[in-house]
Design a protein around this ligand. Structure first.
Ligand SMILES: [Zn+2]
Length: 177
């Protein structure tokens, strides 16, 4: 038995398209502000609150103090810091302390911004300071719940502040409903 398969150009082209890799790109724009003093007054106050929260962090194990401040639509600012425990996984990051407090006490007050600062030797000088994966996931769901973007301000130890328009920028393929 002999079989012959005829592929016309159109079919062949379709096959090629199926097999050709689809290159996708994910890009986003963010602002890099030279220093806290160059932020708006409101953002400066938010960064100040995050620093104040940092000073109250309980981080005897990592010696890496993190402060987070969350600005709600009502103008209320919620502060959080990392709370560690000798049973390491029992502790919690500053971002989640602040976000869970906001969710627990002000569930209907949308979150406009979150500002994060850190101090300590856990990361080398010059390393980019940004939230851990678990915090990104929680931040992403906070954003999804309110269906409004949360601006993220990351205060670097060099002094500059990275301002990202949305949590989605930090977790493009996040686990969502
Ligand atoms: Zn975290």
């Amino acid at each position: 038995m002999r079989y012959s398969v005829k592929l016309n150009l159109e079919t062949f082209g379709a096959l090629l398209r199926i097999n050709a890799p689809m290159i996708q790109q994910f890009t986003f724009s963010y602002r890099s502000i030279p220093s806290i003093q160059d932020l708006t007054e409101q953002d400066q106050a938010l960064a100040k609150a995050a620093h104040a929260a940092l000073s109250r962090a309980y981080a005897p194990y990592s010696r890496f103090q993190v402060g987070a401040s969350v600005l709600l639509q009502s103008g209320l600012v919620i502060e959080g810091n990392n709370q560690e425990n000798i049973a390491y996984p029992s502790g919690l990051c500053a971002e989640r302390v602040a976000l869970f407090y906001a969710g627990a006490n002000h569930p209907n007050d949308p979150i406009l911004k979150i500002c994060i600062v850190a101090e300590g030797d856990l990361m080398p000088q010059g390393a980019l300071l940004s939230p851990c994966g678990s915090c990104r996931q929680v931040m992403l769901e906070s954003e999804a719940r309110q269906a409004n973007a949360i601006e993220v301000l990351l205060v670097q130890r060099s002094g500059d502040v990275l301002v990202l328009p949305s949590v989605q920028n930090l977790l493009p393929f996040g686990f969502t409903k």
